[in-house]
Design a protein around this ligand. Structure first.
Ligand SMILES: [Cu+2]
Length: 117
């Protein structure tokens, strides 16, 4: 259970990241939430940064008019996201590293990545 001090330190760390702050995850209800949006041909942002060794959630919004399958082979998750839908994918505590995700329905879509650190 994280204490308030850790939450404040996380916000300070996010603020210190400066221009990258827009892609920093939000911590709500004890778990980090990182949001990504599929806009028709790519995921935005292309890279999500989350804290290592802590559970986190990825909110995936599909802003396109066709279904996608949000898939991370690295993190063992796959979820269909219908047009206009936002889903939440729960992730287990993850070792520091770089983990890719893709649209498993369309491999021409540029892969995104989750950076745990
Ligand atoms: Cu799949």
């Amino acid at each position: 259970m994280p204490c308030r001090k850790n939450v404040i330190l996380m916000f300070l760390a996010a603020a210190a990241a400066g221009p990258l702050a827009f892609s920093q995850p939000v911590r709500a209800g004890g778990a980090t939430v990182a949001a990504v949006r599929f806009n028709g041909d790519r995921f935005e942002p292309a890279k999500l940064t989350v804290p290592a060794n802590q559970p986190f959630k990825v909110e995936v919004t599909n802003a396109d008019n066709k279904a996608i399958e949000f898939e991370s082979f690295d993190l063992h998750r796959e979820r269909v996201v219908r047009p206009g839908e936002t889903i939440t994918v729960y992730m287990a505590p993850t070792a520091p590293g770089h983990y890719t995700f893709c649209d498993d329905f369309d491999h021409s879509v540029t892969e995104g990545a989750i950076e745990a650190r």
